[in-house]
Design a protein around this ligand. Structure first.
Ligand code: HEC
Length: 157
């Protein structure tokens, strides 16, 4: 009986409609990230990317190690931290670079409960442009871009 249910869930996962455009955009970002870290990739024990490290230091306590909203203090918050792995899924398959960046950095007044901290001083640096030629692009400080691209890599579509 249980086994039957599990099979059904697997089948359901297999017949989910794929979103080729968003998926290829995601792959491109993942490849960019792989090429951007040649030294780390050659090291015997790869360092986590800059974005992953910043995420672990600043965000995991609320949003959880994997971004699913189950951080150590999540249950103590009046508003539960959202699942950051479903941002694209909740946005028609597109990961909104600019909007996500704004949720993290320098965008005040949106959060009713005022729980999500403001990260502008921590995630600063020279401005860079992220995104591909045939997709949306966004310009933002380097360290913020690292975190945004890391969040993009966590998306489940
Ligand atoms: C103190 C707990 C806390 C920390 C630390 C925290 N967040 Fe949040 N975050 C929240 C809460 C609660 C919300 C939802 C309510 C709100 O918007 O205020 C949220 C919302 C967000 C959203 C909007 C998600 C959506 O679905 O629209 C993003 C993106 C986000 N956080 C990213 C981050 C990143 C990246 C970091 C680290 C740099 C971080 N958060 C650190 C609590 C936190």
């Amino acid at each position: 009986m249980l086994r039957h249910t599990q099979l059904k869930a697997e089948e359901a996962a297999m017949i989910q409609p794929t979103k080729p455009a968003a998926l290829s955009a995601l792959l491109r970002v993942m490849m960019m990230a792989a090429f951007a870290l040649p030294v780390a990739a050659c090291a015997p024990e790869p360092e986590p990317s800059e974005g992953a490290a910043a995420y672990r230091d600043y965000c995991a306590i609320c949003h959880g190690d994997r971004g699913t909203g189950d951080g150590a203090i999540a249950r103590k918050l009046a508003v539960p931290p959202p699942d950051l792995t479903t941002i694209a899924a909740r946005n028609g398959g597109v990961f909104p670079l600019q909007q996500v960046a704004a949720s993290v950095y320098g965008y005040t007044g949106k959060h009713e409960a005022d729980l999500m901290p403001e990260f502008s001083p921590l995630l600063d640096g020279p401005a860079v442009t992220i995104g591909g030629p045939d997709e949306q692009t966004a310009r933002m400080p380097q360290r913020l871009a690292d975190v945004v691209l890391y969040l993009q890599s966590l998306q489940r579509l």
